[in-house]
Each structure stands twice: as C-alpha cells, then as structure tokens.
Ligand binder design. Structure first.
Ligand code: EPS
Length: 379
C-alpha cells in the first residue's frame, strides 16, 4: 500500500513527508520535484512569504545512489522563515480559518492550530506527489493542472496533448490555458488586493495514459473517485470537487451524460485495448475504476481567509468584539492550488497503480503491467 503523511509547522524548522510503500528501483529526479515546489510558490497574487523561501527537497531516507530502496522515504522541505519560537499567541481568530474551531477543540490557543493548518504544509504534499508522478511516468501516465476560473473570470480549458498544454500554462502568470487573458486577471488581483480582500477560483487536473481498471467498484474506501475526492477536498481552502461533468451531469438526461462504447480492432495494442469513447463526460472514472479515458478532476478554492481588511471577530481572552488578526497573506493562491491538486491527484493515481500491479519493485510492476494487458487483450 502506497501512502504518505506530512508533519511540520508553517514557521517550524521544516516540513516533512513520509512516503511508505514506494517500490524499489526508481531513479529519482530531484530536480523534477524541486520544479514542482518552485511552481507551488509561484502564480500572480502570492504574499511576502514566498520571497523568503526557496523550497527544495532533501531526502533523509529511502534512497541509495539516487534510487529508491523500497523502504520508507522521508522528504524534507526546510523553512527559512523558521521563527516559531519567537512568535506570539494570536487572540483574534480569522473567520474561515482553523483558528476558532481548532483553539476550542484543543482547549488551547490559536497559534498552535494555525501553524499546522497553514497552506505552507502543502509543500510537503507537493514533494510526495511529485515523487509519485515519477513512478507514473515510467508507465507513460502523465499529469497536468491549470486554473480554469479566477474569482468571477471564467477562463476554461482547451484541447491538446498535455505537453502542449503545459507549455501554454507555463507562459501564463496565473497558470491558465489562456495567457492572452492574463492582464484582465492580474488587474483584478491588483484591485482586490488594494481593497484588502482575496480571491478564489477553480483548478482542473487531467491525467493521460491511464490503463483500464485502476481502483475498484468493490469497496467504498478503495473506489478511486472517492480517494481522489478525499485527497483533493483535504487541500486547504478547497470547498468543492468534481470529476468529469461533475454537477453539470445532474442537469442533463442520461443520454446526454454517458459515454458511448465503441471498439476499434486496430487499436487493440493500445493501453485502452481498442475500446474508444467518443466523449469523456465520466472524466475517466466509472464506478470507482479508470476506464482508459483521461481522468479529469476540478476543484473549487475559496478565497484565502486571512484578510488585510479583516472581518469582525472576537478577542478570545476578553470576549470583546475586535477585528480578526492579520500578519501577511496572499491575495490569490489559486495558481498554487492547481499545482497542489495536480500533485495530490498524482499520488492517489500512483497508489492505485501500486494496488493493481504490486509495490515491491518497479521492474515487477512493469512485468505485471505487460501480463495484465496481454491477458485482457486475449479475452
Ligand atoms: C503559505 C505560507 C504562509 C501563507 C499562506 C501559504 O506563510 P506565512 O503565514 O508565513 O505568510 O502565506 O498560508 C495561508 C494562506 C494561510 O492562511 O495560512 C505557503 O507557503 O503556501
């Protein structure tokens, strides 16, 4: 079973991801992981913290000569702004943040909660996901994500190979597939920032090259749609997750939702075994299993809850009305969310791949991948 946990506070010494069940024999490209960490720090509208940090991964365990050993991997991302011991208690909880429920729940203060709840923690999740996507790449499975909506601006997606779309996205200041519309969006972010407010948005992730049959219909907690929804919903500030048509499917008739099944004998050798679907409204998942089509996941991010022009709150010590606390924040972190969602989805897909093809070594997984496709083709 491939799984991970993270540890670390926003202003503690470091963030750590512990990845367990990762197969032996993968030559890790550290630069590839660092590139994802750098992208997570970027996007128009980020706050002052990102000018302090230069996130990069250090492997504390699980590698020998740069190759995975099959033992647990401890990944560390150091915090340069490691000032936790000097920071003071926060008395005015921010609406929308973990501050109030977390402090009450622990019979303690706000600082202890916000340090862990901060989206800084996602650096560790991105490191784990960026490692997992290197395992996916061995099997020709590719992942990419982008911003499709920012505040009220609908940007949408577009067709093309993931390599093409990545190039377009990387030329956009907000990681969208319509860079020509960047000025409209960056002006909006500037305007809203000047007003002391924040902006959310929608991100989309696509996974190409998936085989048929990752995940399962057989038990609720192993259904891949459910696992992906949990991983994505558990990203800070995410309030909604859709797969394929998502909520739009509820508004249509069945004949306008389900993807017809065709068969092209000449394509038997492909990963989809010749089964073709003229549409992909299911977003690549049927009954918790991949169906050979691209996986398409969207997530809605609420605006960041730390406001420079704060909302009404209550001083937890005096119980008197006061404005919520403000130290510093991002005006908009939707671009970063696209990187985070991309990498947490990659991890869940890699976990499903290990479930199907075994987790001891990459070489055995490759042999079992070939055997499975040969057997499926022979039916
Ligand atoms: C973040 C680091 C944090 C915040 C932000 C995301 O750094 P600091 O609290 O030192 O400014 O900028 O976290 C939040 C939005 C939040 O509400 O906690 C990061 O690295 O992504």
């Amino acid at each position: 079973m491939l799984r991970y946990w993270t540890a670390g506070e926003s202003h503690g010494p470091a963030l750590v991801a512990l990845v367990d069940g990762f197969p032996a024999g993968l030559a890790v490209d550290k630069a590839g992981i660092d590139a994802e960490l750098v992208r997570r720090q970027g996007g128009y509208g980020r706050g002052g913290r990102q000018r302090i940090e230069t996130d990069a991964v250090t492997f504390l365990s699980g590698l020998w000569h740069g190759v995975t050993l099959g033992s647990p991997l401890a990944l560390e991302v150091v915090n340069k702004d490691a000032k936790l011991e000097r920071l003071e208690e926060v008395e005015r909880p921010r609406p929308g943040h973990a501050d109030l429920p977390g402090a009450i729940k622990h019979l303690g203060g706000v600082r202890a909660v916000l340090e862990r709840a901060s989206a800084r923690e996602t650096a560790a999740r991105v490191a784990a996901g960026a490692l997992a996507r290197q395992l996916l790449a061995v099997f020709g499975i590719e992942v990419a994500g982008w911003v499709t909506e920012l505040g009220p601006v609908r940007l949408g997606d577009r067709g093309g190979t993931l390599a093409e779309l990545r190039t377009i996205r990387d030329s956009s200041a907000i990681y969208s597939l319509h860079p020509q519309r960047d000025p409209e969006v960056t002006d909006l972010i500037d305007r809203v920032g000047k007003e002391g407010d924040t902006l959310g948005g929608v991100v989309e992730v696509r996974v190409d090259g998936l085989p048929i049959g990752l995940g399962t219909h057989a038990q609720w907690d192993r259904k891949l749609d459910g696992r992906i929804a949990q991983a994505v919903m558990a990203v800070q500030a995410i309030k909604g997750v859709e797969i394929g048509l998502g909520f739009e499917a509820a508004r249509r008739r069945g004949s306008q939702v389900h993807d017809a099944i065709h068969y092209e004998a000449g394509e038997r050798g492909s990963a989809t075994l010749g089964f073709a679907r003229p549409t992909n409204n299911a977003g690549g998942l049927e009954a918790g299993m991949t169906n050979g089509q691209p996986l398409v996941v969207r997530a809605a991010m609420k605006p960041i809850s730390t406001l420079r022009k704060p909302l009404e709150s209550v001083n937890l010590r005096t119980k008197e009305p006061e404005e919520a606390a403000y130290e510093r924040s991002d005006v908009c972190a939707v671009s970063a969310a696209s990187v985070i969602v991309e990498n947490v989805v990659a991890f869940e897909v890699a976990a499903a791949l290990v479930d199907k093809f075994g987790g001891d070594s990459v070489e055995e997984m490759q042999a079992r991948w070939r055997l499975y496709h040969d057997m499926a083709r022979a039916r």
